[in-house]
Design a protein around this ligand. Structure first.
Ligand code: ATP
Length: 277
């Protein structure tokens, strides 16, 4: 995982939150890097610090949270040294985001066309008619049928899988170099989940992006990852290339996660296990 020129490097990240019970250190000394055109999956049980790590990368920690240590470098630039305006530009153009719950994350009172238009207005110089053309292209890119008509629809008129495609289209609006996807398929049923994973893999190679993919599902990791970071209790317990982590796990925790999956009689149809041997 040591890349010479990674797109993203997280070095010794520490995050904590002010709570009623005092300051709670939550993420401890987390380090990893993501290569260009590579997918890094962070896997771990609920509460292990996966989402907080992403929020810190995006500069979107909750108001009671703070980065208490470490550095985050995007294309070699220290995000911590940037102004809020510079960070906003990075969030739109350098790094795109997709979350678990598209219906909860997208504004329900605007049409899909308006949502895409706003993203393009914010981050590009395109004029109105070019934004319209680009919006149609984006819906095509994420394989939404009949895109001209769909621009006029509201997100709640879409199925969960189609709404997730809309969120991906919005995230791609400004051609990010890195897409961060935080459990993007968790709320979807298994067949749709497989379609979204396939779409993300396709887009990654088509657009030459890198992916930071957060999941608690080792099957998803097997399907998506070049490199894997296993987190527990806010710490990295194991990190390395997919083959290494799956075939020769170093930590007892990773072994127990893999054993638990191996014990399942029927593999989830949401993914096919890649040959990681
Ligand atoms: N605003 C906050 N204030 C206090 N604690 C927080 C806050 N946000 C997150 N935490 C705590 O940080 C820890 C890590 O949470 P995080 O959401 O990163 O876990 P996760 O690994 O993404 O789990 P999940 O898969 O359930 O989302 C949890 O104990 C959580 O309660």
């Amino acid at each position: 995982m040591t890349e010479q020129n990674p797109i993203l490097s997280v070095e010794g990240l520490c995050v904590g939150f002010r709570t009623a019970a005092g300051f709670a250190d939550t993420v401890h000394d987390v380090s990893f890097s993501i290569g260009h055109r590579k997918t890094l999956c962070i896997v771990g049980e609920s509460g292990s610090g996966k989402s907080v790590t992403c929020q810190a990368i995006l500069g979107l920690l909750a108001g009671n949270g703070a980065q208490t240590g470490g550095r985050i470098l995007f294309e070699g630039h220290d995000l911590g040294a940037m102004s809020e305006t510079e960070l906003e530009a990075i969030r739109g153009r350098g790094i795109g985001m997709v979350f678990q719950d598209p219906l909860g994350s997208l504004n329900p009172v605007h049409t899909v066309g308006r949502l895409l238009d706003e993203a393009l207005l914010l981050h590009t110089q395109l004029n109105r008619s070019d934004r319209h053309v680009r919006s149609i292209e984006l819906l095509r890119l994420v394989r939404i049928p009949d895109p001209e008509q769909r621009l006029k629809a509201y997100v709640h008129q879409f199925s969960g899988g189609m709404a997730q495609r809309v969120m991906i289209a919005i995230a791609l609006a400004c051609r990010p170099q890195l897409l961060i996807a935080d459990e993007p398929t968790t709320a979807l049923d298994v067949t749709i989940q497989a379609q979204i994973l396939e779409l993300l893999n396709h887009l990654k190679s088509e657009l030459g992006m890198s992916l930071l993919f957060i999941t608690h599902d080792l099957g998803v990791v097997a399907e998506m990852a070049d490199d894997v970071v296993v987190m527990r209790h806010g710490r990295v317990v194991e990190a390395g290339p997919l083959t290494q982590v799956f075939n020769t796990p170093a930590s007892d925790y990773t072994k127990s996660l893999l054993d638990a999956v191996a014990r399942l009689d029927t593999p989830s149809p949401a993914y096919r296990w890649r040959d990681v041997s």
